[in-house]
Ligand binder design. Structure first.
Ligand code: VG1
Ligand code: CO
Length: 542
């Protein structure tokens, strides 16, 4: 056993359940060690217990796992469960923690952030329920990281990350397992694999899945090709690469060009899907049809009785605050409750644990359910395949039928990336200061009904979270939400969200930007972005 002295460091952003930084920052001496030791200090239940570790395969994954094994043994972990090749998708890790009774897991990923030696790396800590660390645990880890004086290592011979089997390191058992099989078994229990298999093998249906050279490739191959009989040619970019092939593993219209080209070239009976770096998010598209994640959540909710994993119906649903209110309408029709939470999956986890909901989602392409405690990209794609197979309707017809029943919630998100952090913080401060005088005023002709900072009290554990995004509600029913991203690693990212419900199908239009033009103009007048952060156009429009 070796004890290395070390000094406090301000690595983790307070209030976040993990650490996300440039690879070069992680490669500094003691940096990763400090954070992982802070986790062991803050979560004493890990000693003597099982710990899961795996990542999305990005650069530095293997080196980090080798070091984490030494730290785990040095801190008395009894058993380390590692995905073969060091690979585990975020949802698969969450499931594994739950299935194997682990006390927690370390997921090595910076999700959608680019990888490679010049890209980003990250470590997330999930607790015994498989969910991202709660606000309280995150705060305890942060506090431990500012008070750290040393870390403990057990040095031993390295173990073979690519070979399934058991080995030992200073009394700790290391088990390298097949991370894909358990997850595929879990999916087989959630869906009607016979019906989906028939759909995927039929000549009239075309399916494409883009793994974006990130973690979901091996999972997609096992599930779609080996178990469901789809042709191997339905998979795009299915080999995990340390730099994601130089791409940006973010499933959105800006970054999934290859997928969009394939699906748009197919007929109405086609579905395309993509996942992000660590496999927790999803995008689904039809031919010439973008299904926004808020609508996707609502459509899954409306079709829940068709999905075995949702137990024949819904207990309750939840969405993050900036997500459109499309799912609220489905909940109202079914007489169940819809919870509105701050952005981030940990807020859904307590509602799932408490049995209040069994379906939830975010506008940022995250959808999930009660089967584990993370958002789950492949699960959402399987929902769509199952719904199409059960209803024998094309994606287009399913979406149109939904809008005809519930009306349509137009939604868009505008991201301004790489802003000067001080300028962005000053902007948010100025906006907050102007909230009181906004209510009752008009912006670009639109009457403001209310303007507030969103706060949330967890109905299960009573924890209070404030400052979760500024929300303006207008008299015509539209909303604008402003918040700063918590996941970027360079400068600040400002996210603006807009939504508006349209009940008259005759007034539907194909372009959400046009449908939301009035509320976009109103918030532009308020934000004055050109003046405050020197930008007039967003970098990414979803
Ligand atoms: C973004 C999304 C948020 C999501 C988070 C983690 O956060 O907006 O909805 O939960 O990423 O997703 P932010 O703070 O940048 O807006 V991921 O795929 O990192 O696991
Ligand atoms: Co992710």
């Amino acid at each position: 056993m070796i004890t290395v002295s070390s000094s406090p460091y301000p690595g983790q952003r307070p209030g976040t359940s993990g650490l996300r930084q440039r690879v070069s920052v992680f490669q500094q001496p003691h940096y990763l060690e400090n954070f992982v030791q802070a986790i062991f200090n803050a979560v004493p239940s890990l000693a003597g217990a099982t710990l899961v570790v795996g990542g999305d395969g990005r650069y530095h994954n293997r080196a980090a796992i080798a070091r984490i094994a030494e730290l785990a043994a040095g801190n008395g972990v009894a058993r380390l469960l590692v995905g073969r090749g060091g690979l585990l998708s975020t949802p698969a890790a969450s499931a594994l923690i739950r299935q194997r009774g682990a006390a927690g897991g370390l997921i090595l990923s910076a999700s959608h952030n680019p990888g490679g030696p010049h890209g980003d790396f990250g470590i997330k800590f999930n607790g015994a329920n498989g969910a991202p660390a709660s606000e309280q645990t995150s705060a305890a880890i942060y506090a431990a990281s500012t008070a750290i004086s040393h870390y403990q290592l057990a040095e031993g011979e390295g173990f073979d990350l690519d070979q399934i089997g058991s080995s030992e390191l200073a009394g700790m058992q290391i088990e390298v397992i097949d991370g894909v099989a358990d997850y595929a078994d879990l999916m087989a229990r959630q869906f009607d694999f016979a019906a989906i298999g028939e759909l995927l093998r039929s000549a009239t249906f075309e399916f494409y899945f883009d793994a974006m050279h990130a973690i979901t490739g091996p999972y997609a191959e096992e599930i779609f090709c080996r178990r469901l009989g789809a042709s191997r040619s339905c998979l795009l970019n299915a080999t995990p690469r340390e730099d994601f092939g130089g791409g940006h593993p973010d499933p959105n219209l800006a970054h999934a060009g290859e997928l969009l080209a394939a699906v748009n070239g197919a007929g109405e009976w086609a579905l395309g899907a993509a996942s992000d770096g660590d496999g927790d998010r999803n995008m689904v598209v039809g031919s010439g049809l973008f299904i926004n994640p808020c609508d996707s959540l609502a459509i899954i909710a409306a079709n829940a009785p068709l999905l075995a994993g949702l137990g024949g119906g819904l207990r309750g649903v939840a969405r993050s605050m900036p997500t459109s209110r499309a799912v609220d309408r489905v909940a109202a029709a079914q007489g169940i409750r819809c919870y509105e939470t701050p952005t981030g999956w940990k807020f859904f986890a307590t509602l799932l644990d408490g049995g209040h909901i069994n379906l939830c989602g975010e506008e940022s392409f995250g959808t999930g359910a009660d089967h584990l405690r993370e958002k789950d990209g492949l699960w959402a794609v399987l929902c769509w395949l199952n719904i199409i197979a059960a209803r024998q309707l094309s994606p287009q017809a399913i979406v149109e039928h939904h809008w005809a029943t519930y009306g349509r919630d137009f939604f868009t998100r505008h991201d301004y990336e790489g802003l000067d952090s001080d300028a962005a913080a000053a902007l948010l401060k100025r906006l907050e200061g102007s909230l009181a005088e906004l209510a009752g005023s008009r912006l670009a002709g639109l009457a403001v009904e209310s303007a507030e900072q969103f706060s949330y009290t967890d109905p299960v554990d009573g924890a209070r979270s404030s400052g979760q995004g500024i929300r303006l509600c207008f008299a015509d029913g539209s909303r604008a939400v402003v918040r700063l991203s918590g996941t970027g690693t360079s400068g600040a990212t400002l996210r603006l969200y807009f939504d508006r419900h349209e009940s008259d199908p005759a007034r539907h239009c194909d372009d959400p930007q046009r449908a939301l033009a009035a509320v976009i103009a109103a918030s532009a007048e308020w934000l004055q972005l050109e003046r405050s952060v020197g930008r007039s156009q967003p970098d990414v429009v979803t």
